[in-house]
Design a protein around this ligand. Structure first.
Ligand code: HEM
Length: 147
């Protein structure tokens, strides 16, 4: 939100935009960057043979920036229509708690905005966030703020 002040301002005026903001943030900076699978049998995907027993990494974060699916993928655009991000996975093992996580994030955002409407980062370079070292779980280690 700090990197997209116009959207943040819109959101402060209209909290009903939270779900759209949440989905666009998840598309671009989803908290699970990749998931793994182990092939039960040989299978070819996009001309690539994956052999039985191979481990395969699916980069959900990269899928969120797939230019064949999302027009102008680097843009934070809360008015996207069409295909959804897959930040909660998909198919049989899709996140069992996606609905819960959405509500939780929405509530946190709402509370923060309502209590600290003038919140800003403090002595923090938004272009160089300190990401968690774990490659699967994506998050910011620390971000001082003022309000
Ligand atoms: C923003 C928060 C969350 C994100 C981005 C997220 C993302 C995901 C993703 C991508 C998967 C698929 C894993 C795979 O296919 O290998 C998954 C599965 C799962 N998630 Fe979440 N999750 C979140 C929150 C939660 C919470 C709060 C819980 C529990 C309270 C939870 C419980 C689970 C469980 C049990 C599965 C496995 C489902 C299965 O294998 O059938 N998740 N999640």
């Amino acid at each position: 939100m700090f990197k997209h002040p116009k959207v943040f301002d819109e959101l402060k005026k209209d909290l009903s935009l939270i779900p759209k903001v949440l989905d666009e943030a998840m598309r671009l900076e989803g908290s699970i960057q990749y998931i793994t699978r182990h092939a039960a049998q040989d299978i070819t995907i996009h001309n690539q043979l994956i052999r039985e027993g191979d481990s395969v990494y699916f980069f959900l974060g990269s899928a969120g920036r797939d230019e064949r699916v999302f027009e102008n993928p680097e843009k934070f655009d809360i008015n996207r229509t069409g295909k959804q991000h897959i930040g909660f996975g998909g198919g049989y093992h899709a996140c069992i708690a996606a609905a819960f996580a959405r509500v939780e994030i929405a509530e946190i955002l709402k509370e923060v905005i309502q209590r600290f409407s003038h919140i800003t980062p403090f002595l923090y370079n938004l272009e160089r966030p300190e990401w968690t070292p774990n490659p699967a779980f994506h998050g910011i280690v620390t971000m001082p703020i003022k309000y």
